[in-house]
Design a protein around this ligand. Structure first.
Ligand code: SF4
Length: 280
């Protein structure tokens, strides 16, 4: 008999940006049969396997791209230079860049055009941050914590944008640390609403349950942030990418479990986890 109660967080699964991108990619695969993606189109290995079975080809750089191929730009976007190189190869471009990422790219460009020293709050190795950075003109600093800005010299103008999946508390701490570093500080909070809603959901689940299972790829930043939010809320958290990562020891003695999922986790994978837990 299953005595465990599951509380399913809402919203759950694909955010509008990922859904929009994957819908466009599926339509392109139906139409052209073969589509090249520059880097993984979504940070979820299980979903990528499904797309590969439909004809998706993963490549790392434009040099691997055949002339006149069909190319998919993922929700994280890309730099203007890469976009130009793809177009020069005569490729058909399916642009899946999320509108929220485009907003962050445009704000970075605007700030740099208006003479601000641009600071991007986010992971310097993340493709979205590279795409935002690529849209700014001139030098850009990417920072991950308040400590990163300690050594900054005082500037006339500093302009801040954020990776869309950043944790809001971290953006606030970094902005506070930047206050003494600029005579004029302009901040665009470009954290997307989908991210904020999912973080709120996890905080609520943390207060209502004995533990939260967060479902999402281990390479997914937005999922990592949900795990961080749950831990900050003092919650016992289990991060799994797929059902067979459920840890029986972790479940032991828990009677109320919360379920959350990253914005790049497909519904079918979430349902597999919920079904498995419900059948115990
Ligand atoms: Fe767009 Fe936000 Fe989803 Fe990223 S997490 S794809 S920015 S809606």
């Amino acid at each position: 008999m299953n005595l465990m109660k599951l509380i399913i967080g809402k919203p759950l699964g694909f955010c509008f940006g990922v859904k929009r991108a994957i819908d466009e990619l599926e339509r392109a695969l139906d139409r052209y049969g073969e589509v090249y993606a520059l880097g993984s189109p979504i940070h979820n290995e299980e979903e990528v396997k499904r797309l590969i079975s439909m004809g998706l080809k993963l490549i790392e750089g434009v040099e691997e791209l055949p002339e006149n191929a069909v190319v998919f730009i993922r929700a994280h976007g890309t730099t203007p230079e890469t976009f130009d190189m793809v177009c020069k190869k005569g490729c058909i471009v399916i642009d899946g860049t999320c509108p929220s990422v485009k907003n962050a790219q445009e704000k970075a460009r605007l700030l740099s055009k208006e003479g601000y020293n641009v600071v991007v709050v986010g992971d310097p190795n993340h493709p979205e941050v590279r795409s935002i950075k690529g849209h700014a003109l001139g030098e850009v600093s990417v920072v991950t914590s308040p400590e990163d800005v300690e050594g900054f010299p005082v500037k006339d103008k500093i302009g801040v944008v954020s990776q869309t999946t950043q944790e809001e508390g971290m953006l606030l701490s970094i902005v506070s640390a930047l206050v003494p570093k600029a005579r004029e500080l302009r901040v665009y909070n470009t954290i997307c609403k989908a991210t904020l809603h999912r973080q709120e959901t996890v905080r609520k689940l943390a207060s209502e349950t004995e533990g939260v299972i967060v479902i999402g790829g281990h390479n997914s930043t937005n999922t990592a942030k949900l795990v961080e939010v749950a831990k900050k809320a003092g919650c016992d958290v289990l991060w799994i990418a797929k059902p067979d990562e459920i840890d029986e020891d972790w479940l032991k003695n828990k009677s109320i479990i919360g379920i959350a999922a990253g914005a790049s986790t497909p519904d079918w994978l979430i349902n597999d986890v919920i079904n498995l837990l419900s059948c115990r």
